[in-house]
Design a protein. Structure first.
Length: 532
């Protein structure tokens, strides 16, 4: 909820920062540097929450009353990614923080500072109407706020929200953001010690007027700064204390419960989780010598990655829809006869249902010979036999109702293929349709080749449990945990196939090996528009 505050209340809060006896140290959780409107004017405060969600913020402070302490920063060496040129030449060594970035396998530093715009009322701020500015830094040279943290060998979009001391010979412009908060931020520093960051924020209102906050000082200690609560700008770290890296997710629990499952065991159903009823995408995630097929949950300040091996997508009875009668311009009876009830995860958000799309946001097209190809290999039941019903992806579209083929359709034979979205298109939401209740094991593969010709293929089986009002994901193994042969499930061209062309190509083992990387460009797409 947007924060409402009166000028009197804000003055009382701000006045308390003048001469604090000892500042509050924020050294764990999430430190939000918030943009607010008070009596129509932008101001900045600092909030704290144990969780990454802004709505869980428990404590609020005037900026001068706190210091964000990062005793265990990330040690970062920049790659030759052109998007990092403003930080220095390749090999520049920096210290930084992180959120749960798509390219990192740990949750980040003990405390995560974030610029945050969620406190601004959306009905009073113009689109892309928030701009942060780092006007000065005392106690260090280069400081940059943006994202994500650069990692060697990984190319991502580089978006910087505020910076100081960046290379003047490289074009660099602070990014104007929407009312939603900048996400995937990394705070990067060239030096250890106590940094005093002078920040201000400008807000363009729906009336077109630009209003700018007073400059506030946010203190950030990078490394072990002695007496950090009272230290002055530029204070050095204790030379006798080493700079330790943050914990990683694989760090063992010093006192594990023998009854607790190993969280890294993807074969144990006790580790299974439900896909939340929020925004998520089937995404291609780059990593070291791989391009993984995973599911990414992303909304607000939340970013979680799920391995299909332990993920269950529940499609409850609240997702039921009725197939309408055909009209002269639209016919959906290729799904099931008119009047039939099917289950649909819709392409638009609906309360209580997962909003599952397809995403290409996390890889860079320039790293590959051509766009990766997604293949629907098979759709089976939990036991490896026939699925409970038919499966469709992308059927709820006007061009499909008028005769074109959806992305995938088991009625038209398998396997099928569709090129991944171009990263410039970000992501797309499509309907996921199931014609009968039960468990569907949807086997998808991706095939790709890097610009250097190396294969980057992956194979995953998504578990959809269709029907009912609730489901316990730990009650049964997922499709991948059952370890059954799901190579094929449908004929190439079944006798009762619905008219309409989908892209088909033989599996790698049927081709006698992997295709030439350049052959991706010759694969067809589903564009035929016949009459049903």
């Amino acid at each position: 909820m947007p924060v409402a505050a009166s000028a009197t209340a804000w003055s009382a809060l701000a006045g308390a920062e003048s001469e604090p006896l000892s500042r509050t140290v924020l050294d764990e959780g999430n430190a939000f540097v918030n943009a607010l409107l008070v009596d129509g004017e932008p101001v900045i405060d600092v909030g704290w929450s144990a969780d990454p969600g802004y709505e869980t913020m428990a404590d609020r402070y005037a900026p001068g009353d706190v210091v964000v302490s990062i005793p265990r920063p990330l040690a970062i060496t920049t790659s030759d990614d052109p998007g990092l040129a403003s930080l220095g030449p390749p090999g520049t060594e920096l210290w930084g923080t992180s959120q749960d970035f798509p390219t990192l396998d740990y949750t980040g530093t003990d405390v995560v500072p974030r610029l945050n715009n969620y406190g601004l009322p959306r009905d009073q701020v113009a689109r892309n109407g928030v701009a942060w500015e780092l006007t000065d830094v005392r106690g260090g040279d280069l400081v940059s706020i943006g994202g994500p943290v650069p990692m060697p060998g990984v190319t991502m979009n580089r978006v910087w929200y505020a910076g100081h001391g960046l290379r003047s010979d490289v074009a660099w412009t602070p990014t104007t953001t929407t009312v939603s908060p900048p996400q995937n931020q990394g705070w990067l520093f060239s030096d250890l010690g106590l940094h005093c960051l002078d920040l201000r924020v400008s807000v363009t209102g729906t009336d077109g007027q630009v209003r700018t906050s007073p400059v506030v000082t946010v203190r950030v200690a990078v490394g072990n700064v002695p007496d950090v609560a009272n230290a002055e700008c530029g204070a050095a770290v204790d030379p006798d204390l080493p700079v330790l890296p943050p914990d990683g997710p694989g760090d063992p629990d010093p006192d594990p419960d023998p009854g607790t499952p190993d969280p890294d065991d993807l074969t144990d159903p006790r580790n299974n989780v439900l896909l939340p009823a929020t925004h998520s995408d089937l995404s291609l995630r780059p990593g070291a010598d791989e391009l993984r097929l995973l599911v990414r949950e992303s909304h607000g300040n939340t970013l979680n990655w799920y391995d299909p091996a332990t993920l269950v997508v529940h499609v409850p009875d609240a997702a039921r829809v009725t197939v309408p009668e055909p009209t002269a311009s639209a016919d959906s009876t290729f799904l099931a006869p008119a009047g039939s009830v099917i289950h649909r995860l819709p392409k638009v958000p609906k309360t209580g249902l997962p909003w599952l799309g397809v995403s290409s946001e996390t890889f860079s097209a320039q790293d590959y010979e051509s766009l990766p190809m997604l293949r629907l290999e098979s759709v089976t039941g939990a036991d490896g036999g026939p699925a409970p019903g038919e499966f469709f992806l992308g059927a709820d579209e006007d061009h499909v109702r008028s005769g074109a083929a959806p992305w995938f359709s088991t009625r038209q034979g398998l396997p099928q293929a569709h090129p991944a979205l171009a990263p410039a298109l970000a992501h797309q939401h499509l309907s996921w349709d199931f014609t009968a209740p039960g468990t569907y094991c949807v086997r998808l593969t991706s095939t790709a080749a890097t610009a250097q010709g190396s294969a980057r293929d992956d194979d995953a089986v998504l578990t959809f449990v269709v029907g009912g009002t609730a489901y316990d994901p730990t009650s049964a193994p997922t499709c991948m945990q059952r370890d059954l042969d799901r190579t094929r499930s449908h004929d190439d061209t079944p006798e009762d196939a619905v008219p309409g062309e989908v892209a088909r190509l033989p599996a790698p083992e049927e081709r006698g090996g992997r295709p030439s990387p350049r052959s991706h460009r010759a694969w067809p797409t589903a564009t035929c528009v016949p009459t049903w």
